[in-house]
Design a protein around this ligand. Structure first.
Ligand SMILES: Cc1cc2nc3c(=O)[nH]c(=O)nc-3n(C[C@H](O)[C@H](O)[C@H](O)COP(=O)(O)OP(=O)(O)OC[C@H]3O[C@@H](n4cnc5c(N)ncnc54)[C@H](O)[C@@H]3O)c2cc1C
Length: 534
């Protein structure tokens, strides 16, 4: 494109950006730019991947992967365009054209960001929606799988299972989560005590950088490769795909769910859980859910229900014996246990009925969302009995927000904190997720529940990590710090950055400054660049 034409396109974009109503001109200029950058003669195909606001498909496309109804309102800021690339070259061109236009590019894979920052912004923006790029190529011979960013975890697990019943991948529990955002942010699931996080099992990757170049591990270099294994999506480029190392699972695994309320001495169970869950056999993952519920014993009163949901890489006899010795407070019996294949356990964790066909993992179930708020914390010393009893009172007082304790230890403790950007390794007993879901819209309801989760977070202060009070990036929480307007400054980024990345924050900033010095890729909690010396 000649210099004059480039200036004209930029001007047209800028003009269009100022006027949201003028979506025709934005669309035309973007399309023209895509045409030029892809050197494509197929204008019809290009036209079919760009959705302007006046296109009847714009809203369904935008809403299809909104997984948190808090950000699905008329007042939620909308993108100028939604671009749905079919090829790597479409991604490359989209980066260059958004850059030329001076508009922010928000990247969306599965849309599960808890604060919705893949599809809204306070800035003028375009959504690059990766759902068409979702191929999965499993290679059992070399124990690996290439998964494109737009694939869901359910699709990944299904394709592995199609090829082998004794291979798996250690990633998240919800089958609808997208590969792109999930792995960029660390990615944990019920195999983490045995095999670590998703990012501990990444072998290679493809990324489109801010210059529109398509790079793999070799061409991007080890610093950038390190950064995209947990440093968060939307900071370094557009992930096209990850090459992942498969792990082995036995033909039979065992799952169980055991629940106790305070009347059944849930306190003793939780006390003991804190010792056992992070130290037991690496093949055992016992998640603990704590929820205020109505008491069945004391009518009209509330109690706390402690539910242990677990998966063991072995059979029921071995598990009952192990927990009989280590965790008698649980009272696990063989009849509480169900033996199944690994893929059946994936379905069980995803709340499907036992016996559901694995094909259910291929269902993307668009637009199936509640209102959600999440926060996170790390616990490094067990909470005392007095502490727990005080906590129960506070949870009952607040009424709705639950806590999910996810045990660490095992492989998580053997990986150095600097090995990947995700730093929360040895010394962390478990991670807490604060979890509140509601079904009805309304500002008062939202204020009520988000305030409730903040209050519980505040009550937890004495029990959790300090200096910094660490947090898990995949449980995105804008309350812990965010940019005030547009790209975060270094000082703004440091506030949330040290919580998510601890001592790895500065290395991430260095990588970011080297690979994207103009800070083209940014969001409310992206990695900032170093302040310029002028
Ligand atoms: C119901 C539910 C269950 C969950 N369960 C788990 C769990 O078990 N374990 C766990 O670790 N996390 C879990 N999460 C959190 C989830 O892993 C993160 O929200 C993750 O970032 C979602 O990825 P996504 O692609 O679906 O989201 P998106 O909203 O599409 O993206 C999230 C972030 O990554 C960026 N991004 C997305 N795609 C790309 C790309 N291709 N290149 C560069 N940047 C990109 C986005 O811009 C955004 O900043 C869960 C979330 C939900 C809502």
């Amino acid at each position: 494109m000649s210099k004059i034409l480039r200036v004209l396109v930029s001007l047209l974009f800028l003009q269009a950006s100022a006027s949201w109503a003028d979506s025709d001109s934005v669309y035309d200029s973007f399309l023209q730019c895509l045409n030029t950058k892809t050197k494509s003669s197929n204008t019809t195909q290009l036209a079919s991947i760009v959705y302007a606001q006046n296109n009847p498909s714009y809203t369904p496309i935008l809403q299809a992967y909104i997984r948190n109804s808090r950000f699905n309102r008329t007042s939620t800021p909308k993108p100028l365009l939604v671009v749905t690339p079919l090829t790597e070259s479409h991604v490359q061109a989209s980066v260059l054209c958004a850059k030329l236009a001076g508009v922010q590019l928000k990247i969306r894979s599965g849309g599960h960001d808890y604060e919705g920052i893949s599809y809204w912004s306070s800035q003028t923006f375009i959504v690059l929606d990766m759902f068409n790029l979702r191929s999965i190529t499993v290679n059992i011979e070399d124990n690996s799988v290439w998964a494109q960013a737009g694939a869901t975890l359910g699709e990944l697990y299904y394709r592995i299972w199609e090829k082998s019943k004794v291979h798996a991948f250690p990633a998240g529990i919800c089958q609808l989560v997208g590969v792109g955002g999930h792995i960029s942010g660390g990615g944990y699931g019920n195999l983490l005590r045995k095999y670590g996080l998703a990012v501990d099992n990444v072998l290679d990757a493809q990324i489109v950088n801010a210059n529109g170049e398509l790079l793999d591990r070799k061409s991007m270099g080890e610093d950038l490769f390190w950064a995209i294994k947990g440093g968060g999506g939307g900071s370094f480029g557009v992930i096209i795909s990850y090459k992942l190392k498969l792990v082995s699972v036995p033909e039979v695994v065992t799952i169980f769910r055991v629940e106790k309320t305070l009347e059944e001495d849930a306190t003793a169970l939780v006390l003991r859980w804190q010792d056992v869950a992070p130290t037991t056999d690496d093949g055992l993952f016992m998640r603990l859910l704590l929820q205020p519920v109505s008491s069945k014993v004391k009518k009209g009163e509330k109690t706390i229900r402690a539910s242990v949901l677990a998966e063991f890489l072995g059979n029921a006899d071995q598990l009952v014996k192990l927990l009989g010795e280590e965790f008698p407070e649980l009272g696990l019996k063989k009849e509480n246990c169900t033996e199944m294949s690994w893929i059946e356990s994936v379905l069980w964790w995803a709340n499907f009925d036992i016996g559901t066909s694995p094909e259910a993992l291929l269902d993307r179930m668009p637009n199936d969302a509640n209102f959600l708020k999440r926060k996170s914390d790390y616990v490094q010393t067990p909470i005392s009995k007095d502490g727990l009893e005080w906590l129960w009172k506070k949870m009952i007082e607040l009424g709705k927000t639950g806590l999910v304790f996810n045990p660490y230890g095992g492989e998580m403790s053997r990986i150095a904190p600097s090995e990947t950007p995700f730093p929360h390794r040895a010394g962390n007993l478990f991670k807490i997720q604060y979890s509140v879901n509601w079904e009805d819209a309304g500002e008062d309801l939202e204020k009520n529940y988000t305030t409730e989760s903040k209050r519980l977070f505040s009550y937890m202060t004495p029990f959790v990590s300090k200096n910094p009070r660490s947090a898990f990036l995949n449980y995105r929480d804008l309350d812990i710090g965010a940019s005030s307007n547009g790209a975060p400054t270094y000082e703004e980024g440091k506030v949330y950055g040290v919580k998510y990345f601890n001592d790895n924050f500065d290395r991430l900033v260095k990588v970011k400054t080297a690979v994207d010095p103009e800070n083209f890729f940014y969001n409310e909690q992206s990695i900032p660049i170093l302040p310029s010396k002028e």
